[in-house]
Design a protein around this ligand. Structure first.
Ligand SMILES: [Zn+2]
Length: 466
């Protein structure tokens, strides 16, 4: 995503919406506790974190329910409010990606508070939202608020390894947990600093994926007498072809909407750059000559085409034996409008070679309906929480638990708000070293989720409208 790190640090917005101070303190305590429970996936071990969350709810007499996809892989659900209404769902995953402590300034599972931040794996991705949901539910349980819509918190295992033992298992076994009015999860609602403007993406789409293993056929032989049927040579041809022949430019509606929204924020003439990125005739030229930053151009390129990344190559077992077969794993990401099964056929047509395809896993692209009324509410909350800022729709190149919600027909938007200064870019925090969340930014985000619940779940007259 575009950001401008050289922008002067803007003054953080105040904590909005008269969020109860006790809830803000409670949320921070919960976050620290959850960070200290190591849920690195693999193996995950989300049970311990899920049980701690259940305990937080139990303290205020909110019952919770478990679904264990496998021993230790616990998913948790709790809800409050009238049963005869469609639920607003706040969802988060409790697992985190690995962290190498040698690359961190503070230990990744100690939840150290330093430089006005909480440091730790999962502070941004995404135990903060689990803490938001728990703190909001606890506050509602302790106060007089009357709910006119059900509020549900769903905490998943296994998002970081493909969701199989998490949201996808829940979708198969407890689809009722995912059915509701609408859901929010990662990735969106964080501050992006673009040329001095504060932009808040809301995730409205994500690419699908097809993970495949190619079984490449050759012929074995003695290493002293090379021949062209060497499976490694065939593998190399396939890898080279994939690298040199990217899929063609393809502009989809969510990306068009994103580029147009940023163009409008930037105005003339800088906005033209973003409009140009969405035009096939000049897109590559602009990315190479004007954007010219590999970390940014690769995002745009991935948003504008189906992609294939070779990730694992296996062949051969002995120095002097020519291998008769080889295996190549490829990670393919597909745009909205492309069906995973059609993509497998397209792959076979585009990539020549003597191989069979084994599909390891696949998931369709997800596109949310931005005409759903919650989308306007999310935009308005961000505008109110940071006056002068700009919410924009965005598509993710990866996938999230939104896929499982999509499977049961519930719209799920990426909205996990955090105020971030230019010195802490979201993209660098997400799976990065030194993942950390500003204390103020966390409490600002918690206030946004509090307000979301006020606007959608709390009976009028019982809330402070601000
Ligand atoms: Zn995540």
């Amino acid at each position: 995503m575009p950001s401008n790190d050289s922008a002067k640090t803007p003054t953080p917005p105040t904590i909005p919406f008269d969020a109860p101070p006790a809830m803000l303190t409670d949320g921070l305590d919960i976050l620290k506790q959850l960070i200290q429970i190591d849920t690195t996936n693999p193996p995950g071990n989300e049970e311990k974190a899920a049980d701690r969350c259940a305990q937080y709810l139990n303290e205020v007499q909110i019952a919770s329910h478990c679904h264990d996809a496998l021993p230790g892989r616990r998913n948790l659900m709790a809800e409050i409010g009238p049963a005869d209404s469609e639920a607003l769902i706040i969802s988060a995953h409790l697992d985190v990606v690995p962290a190498d402590p040698d690359c961190w300034d503070h230990p990744p599972f100690d939840a150290v508070e330093a430089d006005d931040c909480i440091w730790g794996r999962g502070t941004i991705d995404m135990k903060h939202v689990a803490a938001y949901g728990l703190a909001v539910m606890r506050q509602l349980a302790k106060s007089e608020h009357v709910l006119n819509r059900r509020l549900r918190l769903v905490l998943f295992a296994d998002e970081e390894a493909g969701c199989q033992h998490g949201s996808l298992s829940v979708a198969d076994n407890r689809p009722d947990w995912l059915q509701g009015y609408a859901a929010v999860t990662e990735v969106g609602g964080f501050t992006m600093h673009v040329d001095g403007h504060r932009v808040y993406p809301i995730q409205v789409a994500e690419k699908g994926f097809v993970w495949m293993r190619l079984h490449i056929h050759g012929a074995p032989g003695h290493g002293s007498m090379p021949h062209e049927e060497n499976a490694l040579l065939k593998l190399a041809d396939i890898v080279r072809h994939i690298g040199k022949q990217p899929f063609p430019f393809q502009r989809t509606q969510p990306v068009q909407d994103f580029l147009e929204a940023i163009a409008q924020v930037l105005g003339f003439p800088k906005g033209l750059v973003f409009r140009g990125i969405g035009k096939q005739s000049v897109s590559d030229l602009i990315l190479d000559k004007l954007v010219a930053a590999p970390d940014k151009t690769r995002v745009f390129r991935a948003l504008l085409r189906n992609t294939i990344a070779p990730t694992i190559a296996i062949s051969g077992s002995k120095s002097n034996v020519i291998p008769g077969d080889a295996h190549l794993t490829v990670d393919c990401r597909i745009l909205p409008g492309t069906d995973p099964d059609d993509f497998v056929r397209m792959f076979k047509e585009r990539v020549p070679g003597d191989y069979d395809i084994e599909v390891l896993a696949k998931g369709p692209p997800v596109v949310m309906d931005t005409s759903h009324p919650i989308y306007n509410v999310l935009e308005q909350i961000l505008r109110d929480a940071d006056p002068g800022s700009h919410p924009v729709p965005q598509m993710l190149t990866g996938f999230t638990d939104a896929r499982a919600f999509d499977q049961v027909g519930t719209p799920c938007f990426g909205f996990s708000p955090i105020w971030l200064p230019p010195s802490i870019p979201f993209a660098a925090m997400f799976h990065g070293h030194n993942e950390r969340i500003p204390v103020h930014g966390f409490q600002w985000g918690l206030a946004c989720i509090w307000e979301l619940v006020q606007r959608l779940c709390v009976a009028t007259g019982d809330s402070d409208e601000s």
